[in-house]
Design a protein around this ligand. Structure first.
Ligand SMILES: Nc1ncnc2c1ncn2[C@@H]1O[C@H](COP(=O)(O)OP(=O)(O)OP(=O)(O)O)[C@@H](O)[C@H]1O
Ligand SMILES: [Mg+2]
Length: 429
């Protein structure tokens, strides 16, 4: 079935900077009346969402990603009709349940039980329908003990659990979810992802905002990347998350990083880490360049064989290379040292064009690791490896693995295809 259930055309939302337009308490209204005596600049506006158009088909799970302030929550609020667009419009076909960052939508003075009935009624469900779903909602939320306690006494995580349980179980046709995972614990996060998968398998549509790219990739088939309120990229989720990570990392390429001093319990720690390309510090490489990693370390007590591990991860989240010298008979220092430099020689770089990060760990024994995650960022540039203008297809894999192609006819010797040797090293090096 390919019915369009959400159609957004040229939607935009303009806010006045510094003004929170909704959910104002009487207290705020009064204090604003005193404050705003002609002092506000008349044209201080911001477009939180600008000229956004897209369509979502029934059963699609769409991830909405972007940096803080990119306009994700505003877009969901526009779809949920919590706020009105300044321009453009959005058509949604079906019963909508939303879980937005503006709060759970619950009434603080009512109990969990009363709030479930209220939310169901707002969603247009009959009392009998809600009664039928009630036990399932309570069981999912795991707040049975507090179901007759007023919401104002719930922790933020508990409130969110109940809100998610309500939104997910009241059989919405369209579910809009903003950042719920950030409040719950890891187990509850997994449960939410599973539930959203069930919902989409049942043919319902989900729009999911999260900064947890792993969750977004697990759950969503397609994605929309917002940048400063406009759609920067949309399409298959892997392409969209990779575009996001590339943009995030681009400004942060760094061939050398000094590492802040680690906790006291680390007896051996890294002071700085670097990427070397053909022997020189550099964070922009090409496939085939000679790459090494250099780690300057210190140790409280003299040490003869530091154990170092590194992980290179692509902007798509794939672990490209993971290596360490724990089991290797690698060189020792001739005498124990309290400081030194370790060089990990990776040889010719077999990575396709893209952005990559490097994480490291260092220890004397596995129980006292100093670990630094995604500390270095480097990019690999596109390269005409075959010298014929055809660039390797980087979207298909992150490794460039040279392969010899040979052909054999039945009962004849194998013929090796005469290919020009790949041009790996840079001219003049
Ligand atoms: N009610 C409001 N009044 C004025 N400005 C607002 C209002 N709501 C949002 N904004 C502004 O609109 C822009 C987009 O905000 P929005 O909350 O949609 O971002 P977001 O992508 O959800 O960010 P985050 O990842 O931090 O949740 C921001 O610059 C924000 O300051
Ligand atoms: Mg938000």
């Amino acid at each position: 079935m390919t019915d369009t259930v959400i159609r957004v055309e040229g939607i935009g939302k303009r806010y006045r900077v510094g003004q929170r337009e909704s959910y104002r308490a009487l207290r705020d209204v009064l204090s604003n009346a005193f404050r705003s005596n002609g002092r506000r600049k008349p044209k201080d506006f911001i477009w939180a969402v600008r000229d956004v158009s897209f369509e979502v088909k029934q059963g699609e799970v769409v991830g909405l990603i972007g940096r803080n302030g990119a306009g994700k929550s505003t877009l969901l609020k526009l779809l949920a009709r919590i706020t009105r667009p300044t321009v453009g419009h959005a058509e949604l076909h079906g019963r909508i349940a939303s879980l937005l960052e503006v709060g759970t939508g619950f009434h603080p003075e009512l109990t969990g039980r009363e709030n479930i009935f209220l939310s169901g009624a707002i969603l247009g469900m009959s009392k009998a329908e809600i009664v039928r779903k009630f036990d399932e909602i309570v069981a999912f939320s795991e707040v049975e003990r507090f179901i007759d306690t007023p919401l104002k006494h719930y922790s933020s995580g508990m409130g969110m659990r109940l809100a998610f349980a309500v939104a997910a179980h009241l059989e919405p046709e369209i579910l809009l979810v903003d950042e719920v995972l950030s409040v719950g614990d890891v187990l509850f996060q997994q449960k939410c992802i599973g539930k959203m998968q069930d919902i989409s398998r049942g043919g319902r549509t989900v729009l999911f905002v999260s900064h947890n790219l792993g969750a977004v990739r697990t759950l969503c088939g397609t994605g929309i990347l917002l940048r400063d309120g406009i759609v920067a990229t949309s399409g298959p989720i892997d392409t969209v998350t990779a575009a996001y990570m590339d943009a995030l990392w681009q400004g942060t390429n760094s061939h050398t990083v000094t590492i802040p001093k680690p906790p006291e319990r680390c007896n051996v720690w890294m002071e700085s880490v670097s990427i070397l390309c053909n022997g020189e510090p550099n964070s922009i490489l090409e496939t085939g360049d000679h790459m090494s990693l250099q780690i300057k370390f210190r140790s409280r007590e003299p040490i003869q064989k530091p154990i170092i591990g590194y992980l290179i991860r692509s902007s798509r989240g794939e672990n490209a290379v993971n290596a360490n010298n724990y089991f290797l008979p690698s060189a020792n220092y001739p005498k124990p040292v309290t400081q030194g430099t370790i060089i990990c020689d990776l040889g010719d770089l077999p990575l396709m064009a893209g952005s990559y990060s490097v994480s490291f760990w260092l220890c004397r024994n596995p129980h006292e690791q100093h670990h630094v995650e995604d500390v270095l960022h480097f990019s690999v540039e596109e390269k005409d490896i075959w010298g014929n203008g055809a660039l390797p297809t980087k979207s298909l894999s992150c490794l460039w693995w040279p392969t010899q192609f040979r052909f054999q006819r039945t009962n004849e010797p194998i013929r090796t295809l005469e290919l020009p040797a790949p041009r790996l090293s840079r001219p003049g090096r």
